[in-house]
Design a protein around this ligand. Sequence first.
Ligand SMILES: [Fe+2]
Length: 237
Amino acid sequence: MTTDLSRRQILATAATTILASSPLWAHAADKTEAPRFELPALPWDAAALDPVISASTIAQHHGKHHAAYVNNLNRLLPTSTLIDADSLVEIVQRSARNEARRPIFNNAAQVWNHTFYWQSLRPKGGGTPPLELAKRIDADFGSLTALREATLTAATEQFGAGWVWLVLDKSQKKLAVVKTGNADTPLTQENLVPLATIDVWEHAYYLDYQSRRKDYAAAVFDKLLNWDFVAANLAKA
Ligand SMILES: [Fe+2]
């Protein structure tokens, strides 16, 4: 997973990595050398989510869109004061709500969001969550069906590009569904811990679903959502 730690920035690739808390890169000792992020490998084969999400969509989404965010970030960082950051999460958090750092924020957040999205999905996912998680969902939403409805409503109501998230709201001590626009991410909100996400940018679904975003979100929830990833993130929150 890591190569030449003294020279390269590392983006975690293991499907079980909890990105919110993991060091994603390592600096040379004096932090003078420009680090580089790498496009993380998908945690499954590009065709593994077919027919819910086609191999063509995954190839474009990962190989073009996600890769472009990584490349843009690597191009922007060397001239930024953020070059001393110790992780991708730190870059996202320090560039949030800062207009001068908006280009870095957009690309860094999109790198993180997409890596988290791939891990939120798995072949033959969806279905019934693990028992303890299912109990928590029942307690906080009323039922899995209610969580599903909240997710589809958020996906439908998000105006334009964005993301739908299952989060732990630490201030309320409850699970919640939130939506964010463009590159925005719960990482920048102190009380929210992301547990899973669905990308609702058009590039995530247009080849397979055209404008039927709700159908895409429903199919992801029902057939791809990685409940083990949710449970692992919740356990560490
Ligand atoms: Fe995307």
